[in-house]
Design a protein around this ligand. Sequence first.
Ligand SMILES: Nc1ncnc2c1ncn2[C@@H]1O[C@H](COP(=O)(O)OP(=O)(O)O)[C@@H](O)[C@H]1O
Ligand SMILES: [Mg+2]
Length: 380
Amino acid sequence: MAETLTTPTEDQIREALTSVIDPELKRSVVELGMVRTIAIGAAGAVGVTISLTTGGCPLRNQFIADVNEHVGSVPGVSSVEVAFDVLSDEEKSALRAKLGMPGGLPTGALATIGSILCIGSGKGGVGKSSLTANLAVALANEGKSVGILDADVWGYSIPRMFGLGGQRPPVDATRKIVPLEAHGVKVMSIGFFVEEDSAVVWRGPMLHKALTQFLQDVAWGDLDFLLIDLPPGTGDVSMTLAQLVPQSEFVLVTTPQDTAQKVARRAAEMADKVEIPVAGVIENMAGFVTPEGGRYEIFGRGGGQALADEVDVPLLASVPLTMPLREQADAGEPLVSVNPDDPAAQAVRSAARGLIAMAPVRVQAPAPAPAPIGMSLPMA
Ligand SMILES: Nc1ncnc2c1ncn2[C@@H]1O[C@H](COP(=O)(O)OP(=O)(O)O)[C@@H](O)[C@H]1O
Ligand SMILES: [Mg+2]
C-alpha cells in the first residue's frame, strides 16, 4: 500500500533539530539560536542553515551528518540540504552572555580563525618547517594574531625552532590545552606530548584523533592566521585535515629543482582532490647567498614560478639559502625575529605581506543566510 506523503512542518523540523547538539557547547543548535533558516520545499526537500560560532569551525561535517540524520528521519522529508553561515559579533556576545561566558572566555568554542593555511610540500627537507616558523613570526610582526599547529607527527621540529623543546603546555580551567607562546606566536605541537626522539607509530585513527584534539581542544583564541605544518607526503594527514577543516588552504613549498616541483605538483593534485584551494607557492633554497652577498644557484632556478604558473596561483616568495636561517632555527630563535634584513628573512616577510593582502578575499566570509553553500550528504 502506498504511503501517504505528508509535507513536514517547520515545527517538526525544529523539533528534530533539538537533537543536533553542538559538540563543543553541549547544547542543541535550537537552544543555542544557531538555526538561521528552515526552508521546506513542496516535495519534502528541506534546507537548513546553521549559524556557526566560527567560519573556521572544524565541526561542519559533524553538523551536516547530524542534521541529515535527525531531520532526515522526519516523516515526509525527501532530502536534506545543510548550509552554513556565521553568527555576527553581536549574536556571539549574546550567546556568550546566555552561556554565562564573560567576554572572551573561554576562547575555544567561540573563537574565530581568519585563515587556516596548511604548509605542504609532498616531501621532507625542503624547508617547510623553517618557512612555517619564520612566516608565522613575520605575520605576527605585521600585527596579526598567529598560531602554528605542528602536525608533522613524524618529524616535528617547530618546538625546537621556537626554543620550546622539552616544555609541556598547561591546561586551563575549561580543560583546554593552552598553546605555548614564543616570538608572538602561539605554538602547539605533538612534540610537546611525546618523549624526545621516541619513535611514535601513528596509525590512521590515532592520527585523526590527535589532529581533531589539536583543532578542537586547544585554546587558540581568536586568530588571524593558523599555520599548519604538515608532514611530508600527501596521504592520510591531508585527507584528515580536509575533513576537519574543509575551509583551509594550502601553501606549497618547493625547491627550484624539477624533481621537487614534481613532488609539490602531486601535493597540489591531492589538494585539488580533497577540494582544498592552493593559496600560493613559496620557493625555498632558491640560490645560496653568501655573507658577502654573492649568489649561487645551487638547485637551479625557476621551479617555484613554474609550479605557481601550473597551479595558477601566485609565487609568494623565492627564499634563498642563507646560513643564518639554519643557524637561527637551530638556536631556537626564528631568523625573522633576530635579523629581519637577512635576504631569506626579507623574502619570507614579503610572502607574509602577500598572504595578508590576499586574506580579505580569501576570508571564510559568512554566506548571507538565503544563499546556501550547498553542502549535503546523500540520505541514508
Ligand atoms: N632557506 C634556507 N637557508 C638555509 N637553510 C635552510 C633553508 N631552508 C631550510 N634550511 C635548513 O634545511 C633543513 C631542513 O629544513 P626544514 O625546515 O626542517 O625542512 P622540512 O620541514 O621541509 O623537512 C634544516 O636544517 C633547515 O635549517
Ligand atoms: Mg619539517
